[in-house]
Design a protein around this ligand. Structure first.
Ligand code: EPZ
Length: 421
């Protein structure tokens, strides 16, 4: 196991290159199960989750390799296996994205039910509802979801759940619908930029999808899809994380490649806190006033404030001049970072799905434990500004979703090192 050792106190200055979006790359990689011929993906980040998806796809008969420039080449060579096994799915929930493509292309899918994780239950009832609506027969056996369908038939599907839309359920049903017979309409679909990127990839392969980016997506089924070249959209969550890193250290950073239009809710909240955010010529320029204002924030499906930046915003608000509130409407239990931040001198208390953050003058370095990908990022942000040294343990969480985070932060002046336990 490894940990990060961070000495707090330096103001970050300089430019950070934003990588391709993990949550776009993963479903797009899964979508290559639908296509004939070779697909070339550019700007795919080098992450543990991406390597995990490569292993899963190779088990499903896809030949995957990266060329010398880092572009990822994928080609389906064998369609015999349609079983995504527990030992792979349990490591990465996004494996569930192979379900729709396998069902549509191989007429069957056997995918282990993903278990819960640190941020809460992770049901897939909406995925199954959507695929059953397209005509799949569903069975649950020994912890595996079994889906079969000779031919999927387009239909109208309401995909809304108790917490609003579902990102990967939208991905799964949209992918399956591309090869269904006739028209499919997805109501209450997710609008995330990663869904837009997936739809654009599928259309480049010959699919006929409209309305993506809105809650109503229409898919006209086609006979076949062919491989294409595609560049993955920049990662708005990585960009938002580094925005907060620049703000919390009272620094001056430019996030190269980040898209302002994907971060409007984040920009809205951070500007209320006193962070200066401007469109730079190559990305987003971030600096901050010395004094941080307290704010109220609530996580919502896109274009609302993203749940994947909730922990990071909480870290910033620990140092605001007053009491802030964050309500988590997507994963109400996503607060494992609260206990760890309080160990660093924060004053946060949970009241159901809401955290009350009382501003403090400073945070103090301490050994802390990462629990999930984004909570780990929040603890690193706390270490950047805390007095003294912070050790963030279990950095394997962070490696799932941030490419070379310690190099990117050190490149703008952070004192951060990866060390073996
Ligand atoms: C995606 O997860 C992201 N992962 C998550 O990012 C992100 O937190 C989440 O969307 C919300 O934005 C990927 O894209 C790979 P959901 P997903 O289905 O699709 C409930 C990260 O850190 N729900 O949109 O699994 C669910 O419990 C990860 O990169 C059902 O009830 O999330 C949650 O409360 C963490 N039934 C809400 O919907 C279902 O069938 C939104 O979940 C599916 C979901």
């Amino acid at each position: 196991m490894q940990h990060f050792e961070i000495v707090g106190g330096t103001r970050l200055k300089g430019a950070i290159d934003i990588s391709g979006a993990k949550n776009a790359a993963l479903p797009i990689m899964a979508a290559t199960l639908l296509v004939e011929g070779e697909t070339v993906l550019h700007n795919v980040p080098d992450l543990a989750d991406v390597r995990q998806m490569q292993i899963l796809l190779s088990r499903l008969g896809v030949k995957v390799h990266r060329d010398d420039e880092g572009a990822m080449h994928l080609r389906v060579e064998d369609e015999m296996n349609a079983h995504a096994e527990y030992e792979l799915v349990s490591k990465m929930r996004a494996s569930v994205c192979v379900m729709g493509p396998l069902l549509a292309k191989r007429q069957r899918a056997q995918v282990s039910m993903p278990g819960g994780c640190a941020i809460g239950d992770r049901p897939i009832d909406l995925h199954i509802r959507g695929l059953e609506s397209l005509g799949a027969d569903f069975e649950l056996a020994n912890g595996d979801v079994l889906l079969r369908a000779k031919k999927l038939m387009g239909t109208e599907i309401f995909l809304g759940g108790p917490f609003g839309s579902s990102v990967t359920a939208t991905a799964n049903v949209m992918m399956a619908a591309t090869l269904a017979q006739g028209r499919t309409i997805l109501e209450s679909a997710a609008c995330e930029p990663e869904i837009v990127d997936l739809a654009m990839f599928l259309n480049a392969c010959g699919a006929r999808i409209t309305g993506f980016g809105t809650p109503r997506i229409t898919v006209e089924g086609v006979g076949a899809l062919n491989g294409t070249d595609h560049r993955v959209v920049p990662d708005r969550i990585e960009a938002g994380t580094f925005m907060i890193a620049g703000a919390i250290t009272n620094g001056d950073v430019e996030l190269r490649g980040a898209r302002m239009e994907h971060l409007q809710a984040v920009t809205d909240r951070l500007r209320r806190v006193g962070v200066i955010i401007e469109r730079g010529e190559k990305g987003i320029a971030v600096s901050s006033a010395r004094r941080l204002e307290p704010v109220q924030a609530t996580t919502q499906p896109y274009p609302g404030f993203p749940t994947d930046l909730q922990a990071q915003l909480m870290t910033l608000l620990c140092l605001a001049d007053g009491n802030s509130m964050i309500t988590e409407k997507i994963f109400p239990d996503r607060f494992l970072h609260v206990g760890e931040l309080n160990r660093m001198g924060a004053r946060i208390r949970k009241e159901g799905p809401t955290a009350i953050i009382e501003g403090v003058k400073k945070l103090v370095g301490a050994p802390v434990m990462a629990s999930d990908l984004r909570a780990s990022a929040a603890l690193i942000l706390a270490g950047l500004v805390a007095k003294g040294t912070t050790r963030v343990h279990r950095v394997y969480h962070i490696d799932r979703g941030y490419e070379r985070i310690e190099e990117k932060l050190a490149g703008v002046g952070a004192v951060i090192r990866r060390q073996a336990e």
